[in-house]
Design a protein around this ligand. Structure first.
Ligand code: GLY
Length: 388
């Protein structure tokens, strides 16, 4: 366990340096990644181009919006708006949208575009994505089905990651005045935290329901080390998802889940701070790290710091700044020769003897790691209107 109070904090000078370096890397690679998206993770720290497919492309567009906010450089805005056209096309033509990850795709791309530029096309695209997301809600069980064909008994489950898809629904109600989106978000949240959070404050990655009765059945991992372990990124999704639910609902339950899941996460960080991909592992271990889990947790702490305020808010902000310094020192890309991503040492999926994964993006950059690292820098710089 690491004593966070002994870590040196990222001060204003280091923050400005980190922002400058990150924006410079994104500017350097803007041209080849304007008409093209990026693959979900790098190979030898360099991303290959990709079509607008998978659950991850919204993070790259989100990075463009953050880079625009951090630099004022209109080239980022122009590129991001071009990509909004692609997201509009994707949801209209239903390209690779038969899953729940509408929030990951459409919040940092299209909700951000609408908030920053007032683009009606972006608003329309994000609302179509929200409609697609609520179409996966299962009355029997009261949850949004994560993967597969809606109603497939073999896929009758939710996954913790979905908590980050819910802000799209809160936003959809805010912008339309139609309460149906918020209602489904609240019902899913309540079901999800009722089953994924364990008594020791660790979390299950996925949870199955009985398709006949809707009763919660069993917790199973997909990307964690084993069913009963705490997958580091899953835990981070739980922390940020509950912080955002608290922001949107003010619910005591959401705040309680945030505090509990965060306390487990912080108590299980290794002494050099960067989490292993699953909390089954502690130093010394040869297992790979997942830097993205820490970036997500830092964003959650900074979000909750604003929403909770007072002494607890100050403490959260202070701890986030102390965790950010080692994240920068050990994982940040400093120049475009090193990588075309921003955050090294992430792990998309690691095969274990118990999970169903193949090795994917192990000790590499991944798009969400880059995005949340940049979001954390933006949040540390000062007040920010979240895309979530
Ligand atoms: N949402 C999928 C993942 O975190 O890998």
């Amino acid at each position: 366990m690491v004593d966070i109070s002994t870590l040196e904090k990222m001060d204003g000078t280091l923050l400005e340096k980190a922002i400058k370096e990150a924006v410079a890397v994104n500017r350097h690679y803007l041209a080849p990644f304007t008409d093209s998206f990026r693959y979900s993770h790098s190979e030898d720290n360099f991303y290959a181009p990709s079509e607008n497919v998978e659950w991850t492309t919204g993070f790259w567009t989100g990075e463009l919006w953050l880079s625009y906010e951090l630099s004022g450089d209109e080239a980022f805005k122009d590129a991001a708006l071009k990509q909004v056209d692609s997201f509009y096309d994707r949801i209209v033509r239903k390209i690779d949208v038969e899953h729940h990850d509408m929030g990951f795709l459409y919040s940092p791309s299209c909700v951000a575009a609408y908030k920053l530029t007032g683009s009606e096309k972006a608003r329309k695209a994000a609302l179509m994505a929200a409609d697609n997301l609520i179409s996966r809600f299962q009355e029997k069980g009261q949850f949004i089905q994560a993967w597969g064909k809606v109603g497939d008994p073999k896929e009758y489950r939710l996954i913790i990651d979905c908590l980050l898809n819910l802000p799209l629904l809160f936003w959809a109600t805010e912008t339309t005045g139609d309460g149906k989106y918020r209602d489904i978000a609240e019902r899913h949240f309540s079901t999800a935290i009722g089953c994924v959070l364990r008594p020791d404050d660790s979390t299950y990655h996925t949870y199955y329901f009985d398709p006949e009765t809707g009763k919660p059945d069993r917790g199973v991992t997909a990307q964690g080390n084993r069913n009963g372990s705490a997958w580091a990124r899953g835990q981070a999704w739980g922390i940020y998802g509950s912080a955002l639910a608290y922001r949107h609902t003010g619910s005591d339950k959401a705040l309680d889940v945030f505090r509990r899941s965060l306390s487990f996460f912080l108590a299980h960080l290794p002494s050099d701070v960067i989490p292993y991909w699953d909390f089954d592992f502690d130093n010394p271990s040869d297992e790979p790290r997942d830097s993205s889990a820490l970036a997500i947790a830092i964003c959650a702490m900074l979000e909750a710091a604003d929403d909770i305020g007072g002494e607890e808010g100050n403490e959260l902000r202070d701890k986030a700044g102390r965790l950010m310094a080692p994240l920068y020192e050990k994982c940040a890309v400093r120049n475009p020769e090193e990588s075309n991503g921003l955050l090294l040492h992430g792990t998309y999926a690691r095969k274990s003897q118990w999970n169903t994964c193949r090795n994917r993006g192990v000790d590499e950059c991944n798009l969400w790691g880059d995005y949340y690292y940049l979001e954390a820098l933006r949040r540390l710089k000062g007040k920010w209107e979240p895309y979530w």
